[in-house]
Design a protein around this ligand. Structure first.
Ligand SMILES: Nc1ncnc2c1ncn2[C@@H]1O[C@H](COP(=O)(O)OP(=O)(O)OP(=O)(O)O)[C@@H](O)[C@H]1O
Ligand SMILES: [Mg+2]
Length: 404
């Protein structure tokens, strides 16, 4: 229902009593002109629920008493447990003396309540403004809180992992060294009974240990055992280098589209880490497409002005280089998409994924002051957007290398 070209407020009034609906409507139109407000109405809880599922509303006025369900049950049905809020800003309309209902409504995610005996253009308007403001604030608190948790989790896992990875690497060196020695010796024992079986077993140990070594190598990159090498670069060049590998990674069934913006501004990154990040995202895209589909890699300049910051949650205003990696694969459910940057989160079967690919991409982006977002729908593909800050005007490549 909301569209960018129509900035009018969409309000839903849920009340089985037509006279009460008219009263709310009249009070709203006292303040808002016809072009500023679109009123939608529902007389039953079930119908309202469907409308709330299909569309977004700027405010919902919800009667406590409905013929098919009460307002609290409806609130509970549209409660978004992740955000601790109803799906849209809600004002519950109650009768007098319903304090318990009001408290319960606030607990169930409503932002405000209003007694039906007290509906005037002033009270309705204040309730709507308040509900919308509280809703916006609580959503942005929640997002800030989630970002903090994510950062703390990454830090804790990073510390734990770096200790284990180091010791584990030493153990693997011993295992692989001994396997190598045993193999050399048994290769000399031609004709011994059961030799082939022993050789096969040795190969299994060797390949398991090699897989372990690869995992440790990734853990060490993840926990930044190697100091990053920041350089001022045009990321188009890194993408062109990496693109040379894509055919080998992807196979014939996947069509690759690369679209690089001209005059891309420079950004400061470790090119090795960027290449790794791209390869990680491309490997995920390959796995999601199951050999058939199309992969897009694109770059562009992106400017976020201070007024627009709230359109990109948590992102600071400024000039950025944007890198997108999109695929036409199986996409993700929202509960999966919410966890993909967590270290060790994987939906792949045992042995197929470590769940570290995207945590490394996330770590790299954060290390260089950037942002990463994912848009994905089940069966409709996935797009990753990475924003990296441009070098500020006056700060050129040479001055960065001297100072950085
Ligand atoms: N392009 C994508 N399409 C669909 N799902 C994806 C995509 N990228 C990531 N995912 C989901 O995110 C999860 C985590 O990805 P991540 O790269 O961190 O680990 P992984 O691919 O499972 O293992 P690894 O990268 O270590 O091999 C994946 O298991 C998958 O469920
Ligand atoms: Mg991966």
């Amino acid at each position: 229902m909301k569209s960018v070209t129509n900035p009018a407020l969409d309000v839903l009034i849920v009340d089985d009593n037509k006279i009460d609906r008219e009263a709310v409507k009249r009070s709203l139109f006292h303040t808002y002109g016809q072009g500023d407000l679109v009123v939608h109405e529902a007389g039953m809880g079930g119908a309202a629920l469907q409308m709330l599922k299909d569309s977004r509303f700027d405010c919902v006025f919800l009667d406590y008493r409905l013929p098919d369900m009460d307002g609290l049950s409806l609130l509970k049905k549209i409660y978004d447990a992740d955000a601790g809020l109803a799906k849209d800003p809600v004002v519950l309309l109650t009768g007098q003396g319903s304090e318990n209902v009001m408290i319960e409504a606030l607990r169930s995610g409503a932002q405000d309540y209003l007694s039906k005996d007290n509906i005037t253009s002033a009270t309705i308007n204040i309730a709507m403004i308040k509900a919308r403001e509280i809703f916006k604030l609580r959503r942005s608190w929640k997002q800030a809180e989630d970002r903090l948790h994510q950062a703390q989790k990454m830090e804790a896992v990073g510390q734990l992992t770096s200790g284990i990875a180091h010791d584990f690497n030493n153990l693997l060196t011993v295992i692989l060294g001994n396997v190598h020695n045993i193999r050399r010796r048994i290769d000399l024992m031609n004709g011994v009974f059961g030799l082939r079986e022993i050789q096969e077993k040795i190969s299994l140990i060797e390949s398991a240990a090699n897989r372990g070594a690869e995992l440790v190598r990734r853990l060490m990159v993840f926990t930044r055992q190697r100091a990053p090498l920041p350089q001022a670069v045009n990321i188009n060049a890194c993408i062109q280098d990496t693109a040379l590998l894509l055919n080998q990674i992807l196979g014939d069934g996947i069509n690759v589209r690369i679209s690089l913006a001209e005059n891309l501004c420079m950004t400061v990154i470790d090119t090795g880490q960027l290449e790794n990040a791209i390869i990680n995202m491309v490997l995920n895209a390959r796995d999601a497409m199951d050999g058939q589909g199309s992969l897009g890699i694109g770059t562009g300049n992106f400017f976020l002005d201070s007024g627009g910051s709230d359109k990109v949650p948590g992102m600071a205003a400024g000039q950025y280089v944007m890198l997108t990696v999109s695929d036409t694969g199986h996409g993700m459910r929202p509960d999966v998409a919410a966890r993909i940057f967590e270290p060790f989160f994987t939906t792949k079967e045992a042995g197929k994924g470590s769940g570290l690919g995207l945590s490394m991409v996330y770590g790299f982006v954060k290390e260089f002051g950037g942002y990463i977002f994912v848009d994905s729908r089940e069966n409709a593909g996935t797009t990753f957007r990475i924003y990296l800050p441009c070098i500020k005007s006056g700060q050129n490549e040479e001055s960065f290398q001297e100072n950085g």
